[in-house]
Design a binder for this molecule. Structure first.
Ligand SMILES: Cc1ncc(COP(=O)(O)O)c(C=O)c1O
Length: 506
């Protein structure tokens, strides 16, 4: 088994092992029943700590790709043929192409793929994804919306259209944004395939080689992939209880030529922090003074379970410097891939051109269906319903954390969003906890996924939306047990003043 590690990469070594083993399984290079090298053997061959390999194997087990049999080893599972990327021939004829060396730096350093590729087995209790609970999707209502638009204008919707978006949806978004104080005309709105694409489009038109951007640390891994991959330059600005640290940002703006600022002011992912109105105003003034555009990612705005809504940066912006992005992914259906950007016309027209180059336009049928669904009040009804459910999930998770987590762990109650950001005692590593909790059927996102620099290993993001209440309680109970065990081991080690890291645990 040939694995090549890139020690310069920001992708953790264990994730690189997971990705390469996964590729070998999916391409057929490793087949059902094949035995992976023993942890110790592979660790020695790669020159890494044994826990790195153990962590990687545990993730592959959690993904259902391999199984560990005590005393025998780790074996590739018989995965369905449909997920294999190539025909079986690939197994007997490995490609002579040096693909890894040919790929660009940008491609190799993907933060988001590390997150997206984890897929829990059916039995696993997952706190890993900030996604909607699929059981709540109103399938019949949505099907009727699709039927209606197809009947009404199917021939238009299935034909190639204009790149800026389906006009009725643009108008609808203009009216919705007006309700929250954002003034924009239809020519200031571009429909995209979700916030992820919006970020990519913004980078394409505004960030050139050598340009430096200011980004919250930690932040959404998809934004890290877009703005901080490869040779992109960036400055990390810490996030506190009130969101982005504006004192640090002020210093950064006065000392460096920053090309744009990216922020998630409401229910920040992963910390859950929300910037208050005063801080929002200060951010706008700072950006205006230094003439730096601000990309406001407002994807969690509607996911507020208590407290009054705060104005968006875009609503407070008197200077035309905010590029606002949002989507239907959190309020509704991430699989639809529909989002939008609101920005001054000159910015929209360049974004529009960039979008044409990439994919001409977003699916008209999908845009029309979500428009029909929204226009009929079904989206508002759906949001009302899911907010009630998610608020309950959050409260159950918070109660369970109080009951089952050690008192040395800390977290804030988020007023909205989809996750709780937990700080473990410093000597604990969330990666190591994940290895053990995965064995107990519970997974989550370790904090390091979210950092552009100086990753804090003791942070964990626990998403509460996807998992039904009974499983939330059970999952936190198991996870709390693992955390407590690890903590007492660390305390013992400390007492014996033996170890300086947490390696001995696995
Ligand atoms: C802050 C933030 N922005 C953007 C996205 C991706 O959004 P979309 O599905 O619209 O591409 C996510 C998804 O988790 C997110 O948390």
């Amino acid at each position: 088994m040939f694995i090549e590690l890139d020690r310069e990469s920001r992708i953790p070594l264990y994730t690189q092992i997971v990705d390469q083993v996964r590729d070998m399984i999916e391409s057929g290079t490793l087949g059902a029943g094949d035995r992976l090298p023993a942890n110790r053997e592979l660790a020695k061959a790669l020159g890494v700590n044994r826990t790195t390999v153990t962590t990687a194997y545990a993730e592959l087990v959690a993904d259902g790709l391999v199984s560990s049999e005590v005393g025998r080893g780790t074996f590739v599972n018989d995965i369905p043929v449909k997920i294999k990327k190539q025909a079986d021939g690939a197994r007997t004829q490995p490609s002579p192409m040096p693909w890894n060396a040919l790929l660009t730096e940008q491609n190799r350093n993907s933060w988001i793929s590390g997150v997206l590729h984890q897929r829990p087995g059916e039995e696993t209790i997952s706190f890993a994804y900030s996604l909607p609970q699929a059981e709540l999707f109103p399938l019949d209502d949505f099907r009727r919306s699709v039927d209606r638009v197809l009947r009404k204008e199917g021939r238009v919707l299935l034909q190639l259209g204009l790149s800026n978006g389906y006009a009725p949806l643009q108008e609808y978004l203009v009216s919705q944004m007006a309700l929250s104080g954002i003034r924009a005309n239809a020519d200031e709105v571009l429909i995209t395939n979700g916030c992820q694409q919006s970020l990519d489009l913004i980078r394409r038109i505004l960030v050139g080689p050598g340009d430096e951007i200011a980004i919250e640390n930690p932040t959404y891994p998809g934004a890290l992939s877009v703005f901080c991959g490869g040779t992109n330059k960036f400055v990390s600005v810490p996030v506190g209880e009130r969101g982005m640290d504006l004192d640090v940002l002020e210093d950064v703006l006065s000392q460096r030529r920053i090309k744009l600022i990216y922020t998630i002011p409401s229910f920040h992912n992963p910390t859950g922090a929300t910037m208050d109105t005063e801080a929002r105003r200060r951010l706008i003034e700072l950006a205006a003074r230094h003439r730096v555009p601000v990309v406001e990612d407002d994807i969690y705005r509607e996911m507020r379970y208590e407290g009054a809504a705060l104005p968006s940066l875009k609503a407070l912006d008197r200077y035309g410097l905010v590029i606002y992005i949002n989507s239907f992914s959190k309020v509704g259906f991430p699989g639809l891939r529909v989002g939008w950007i609101a920005a001054p016309p000159v910015v929209i027209s360049h974004l529009n051109r960039a979008k044409e180059e990439i994919d001409l336009h977003a699916s008209l049928l999908t845009q029309a269906a979500i428009y029909e669904f929204s226009r009929r009040g079904l989206l508002a009804k759906h949001i009302k319903r899911v907010k009630k459910v998610y608020a309950q999930h959050r409260d159950i998770m918070l109660e369970a954390l109080e009951r089952y987590f050690p008192e040395e762990a800390a977290w804030d109650k988020p007023e909205g969003g989809m996750a709780v950001w937990v700080r473990l005692p410093e000597r604990l590593s969330a990666d190591q906890i994940l290895v053990r909790s995965a064995e107990q059927g519970v997974i989550f996102s370790p904090g390091h996924y979210f950092y552009s620099s100086q990753p804090q290993q003791n942070m964990m993001r626990l998403s509460f939306t996807m998992t039904p209440p009974a499983l939330i309680e059970e999952g936190i109970k198991r996870l709390g047990g693992v955390v407590k065990n690890c903590l007492s081991l660390v305390k013992k080690q400390r007492a014996a003043s033996a170890a300086d890291t947490f390696c001995a645990l696995v």
